[in-house]
Design a binder for this molecule. Structure first.
Ligand SMILES: C[S@@+](CC[C@H](N)C(=O)[O-])C[C@H]1O[C@@H](n2cnc3c(N)ncnc32)[C@H](O)[C@@H]1O
Ligand SMILES: Nc1nc2[nH]cc(C(=O)O)c2c(=O)[nH]1
Ligand code: SF4
Ligand SMILES: [Mg+2]
Length: 210
């Protein structure tokens, strides 16, 4: 059980349930191939059945950690920081991103957009989910839209989502990992016919890195 005091600090985003942090190569989307320090915050109740980090969902199993500590660890490795989860927007990201900005970091987020957008971001990767759609405000701020393709219906969902983003937002289709052999040929064909879209792969999984 966490104390009332800790709970209050987490509510204010001064402490956050930290699942893991690691220095790696961004595997997905526009910044794939770029070295970055990943901060994975626990807690998500979106519930994607194919989620590749289900261990992140229960915030209670991830220790509340002072953001000062998180930032101190991060800047030892990189000035390019990716905040992911879980769903990072479950929490107030104002304090964490404010602190990282003071250290001169470039801060990226991986989000479903299902909760209010808090924090200061240099790059927003919006990966919308049918079961809990993004809050309307985030669409115009997304730098990339990354739709996961698990089945054929997801192409239609991708097109619907693309109508909401700004004209400079980069559009990606990313195969759901467990179904990739089936969906990659369809994605390749789709992108050749609809070249406003690009393919995104989870390249870190091919490289065997975190
Ligand atoms: C684990 S999520 C965490 C961030 C946030 N909750 C979200 O969904 O955007 C990080 C990224 O991985 C994607 N992802 C999760 N499981 C996946 C899978 N099985 N195959 C492909 N992409 C996946 C998500 O759509 C998201 O873009
Ligand atoms: N290397 C690497 N790149 C990633 N891009 C997005 C990831 C995520 O889980 O948010 C991820 C991840 O888990 N590892
Ligand atoms: S929103 Fe992200 S973390 Fe949450 S279940 Fe879906 S893929 Fe996993
Ligand atoms: Mg991942």
């Amino acid at each position: 059980m966490i104390s009332e005091e800790t709970k209050e600090l987490v509510d204010r985003g001064v402490m956050l349930p930290l699942m893991e942090e690691f220095y790696t190569i961004q595997g997905e989307g526009y910044h794939k191939g770029t070295a970055a320090y990943f901060i994975r915050i626990g807690g998500c109740d979106v519930g994607c059945h194919w989620c590749d980090v289900k261990e992140s969902w229960d915030a209670n199993v991830h220790p509340p950690t002072h953001i000062g500590q998180i930032v101190e660890n991060a800047v030892k490795y990189s000035k390019t920081i990716v905040i992911t989860g879980g769903e990072p927007l479950t929490w107030d990201m104002t304090q964490l991103t404010g602190n990282l900005k003071k250290q001169g970091c470039d801060i990226h987020i991986e989000t479903s957009g299902a909760y209010d957008l808090t924090g200061t971001w240099d790059w927003i990767c919006l990966s919308p989910k049918k079961i809990k759609l993004p809050k309307p405000e985030i669409y115009s701020k997304a730098n990339e839209l990354k739709v996961i393709i698990f089945n054929k219906h997801d192409f239609k969902f991708a097109e619907e989502q693309a109508e909401n983003v700004g004209k400079d937002c980069i559009l990606y289709l990313q195969p759901e990992w467990s179904n990739r052999e089936k969906m990659i040929p369809l994605i390749v064909d789709y992108v050749m016919k609809n070249p406003q879209w690009k393919v995104s792969l989870q390249t870190h999984k091919y490289l065997n890195i975190p």
